[in-house]
Design a protein around this ligand. Structure first.
Ligand code: BGC
Length: 353
């Protein structure tokens, strides 16, 4: 079987290898990979800036946004041959910390968690993979190949849960949401916002391509003006920040309505300096009871929330987010950004590969 591999820390090491088929162990499912979503984290790993191989070797099977079809499921696993599934990314740390011991491995305190395709565990970028049924999530057949959006949707479902939990510390009646960034995370955050009946605004730099139409298709409002002007105009109760751009992050902290919540989901590069009036940012947050909350990864509960959100979504809209499909043999192309990209998906199916 073919697998996409990389040597973390080594730029230019991305390749496609023939590896022996994995053997399921201890009640695992054996899964035929259908598709793999590519995200910024994967590109960072490919550039040599992130990622850790499994112990004892220097390379890693890449990929954490999975979609596959169960080939073999042990009796009592809750899965059957033919089921569409996605695999959970993170595994609890071995200690375990208090959060991991309670199934909240997305909140791991000692950072010794592992992640498939990212940190010390092989990923799902292979034509065959195995997964413990406890870390497999059923994908509705109706979703078809759009089921590859399960993992990014789980990340967004967690972000929304954080916002709601923070909001509920006092009276909470949010009306307006601003999502910054119309990449896959931003668009899925907007989808979940609209599903909550909230007035939803999305800001991105581009004025052309599919993004404005995708936002319009949700019944949300697309903006491409300066962030400060948009914040003045919208005065959001909630900001879901999905650019990781420092200027946008700090503007959002200043520009919410009172009792505003800014949820940060974007990972930014270090080394970019910005001049901010820290006094103004602090004063705003204190005098408005604002909260800035970071959110990463997702636990099983969030995958379930993601499955519920995707089940209610328009499949054609989800499909339109997938702007490029690349066969596994040409994997390198999938990890190069191209103008107009929203979500790039690698096809693992041998008939298309
Ligand atoms: C993944 C998360 C992961 C994070 C940090 C993201 O791209 O979606 O599951 O926790 O990267 O490694």
């Amino acid at each position: 079987m073919r697998a996409v591999t990389v040597t973390p820390g080594q730029e230019g090491s991305l390749g496609v290898r023939d590896l022996p088929e994995p053997e399921p162990e201890h009640g695992e499912l054996l899964v035929d990979g259908i598709a793999l979503g590519v995200c910024g984290t994967d590109r960072e790993i490919v550039s040599g800036a992130y990622g850790t191989p499994p112990p004892g070797r220097d390379w890693l099977v890449l990929g954490h946004e999975s979609l596959g079809r169960v080939r073999q499921a042990p009796a009592g696993s809750g899965f059957a041959s033919g089921d569409l599934v996605a695999g959970v990314v993170r595994r609890p740390d071995p200690v375990p910390c208090g959060a991991c011991a309670r199934g909240e491995f997305d909140m791991c305190r000692n950072q010794r968690y592992t992640e498939r395709g990212i940190k010390e565990r092989d990923g799902y970028g292979a034509q065959t993979w195995c997964v413990d049924p406890a870390y497999a999530v059923r994908v509705e057949p109706r979703l078809g190949s759009a089921g590859v959006l399960m993992e990014p949707t789980s990340v967004v479902a967690k972000a929304w849960e954080q916002v709601e939990r923070v909001g509920e510390r006092g009276w909470f009646g949010p009306r307006r949401v601003l999502v910054t960034g119309a990449g896959p995370i931003g668009l899925l955050a907007a989808l979940l916002s609209v599903q909550r009946g909230l007035e939803t605004h999305v800001l991105d730099r581009v004025t052309r391509g599919v993004k404005p139409a995708l936002v319009g298709g949700l019944g949300a409002t697309y903006h491409s003006d300066d962030i400060d002007a948009v914040l003045d105009d919208v005065r959001p109760d909630i900001v879901i920040e999905a650019t990781g751009a420092a200027q946008v992050v700090f503007a959002a902290m200043r520009g919410t309505a009172p009792y505003g919540i800014v949820c940060l989901t974007g990972v930014s590069p270090s080394g970019r300096r910005l001049t901010v009036d820290a006094g103004v940012v602090n004063r705003e947050i204190v005098l408005e009871n604002d909260v800035v909350v970071g959110s990463v990864n997702a636990n099983r509960r969030h995958y379930q929330q993601a499955a519920d959100a995707l089940a209610k979504a328009d499949v054609d809209w989800l499909e339109r987010m997938i702007t490029r499909r690349v066969p596994v043999a040409r994997a390198e192309e999938a990890f190069r950004r191209e103008p107009g990209d929203v979500k790039t998906v690698l096809s693992l199916d041998p008939s298309t590969a």
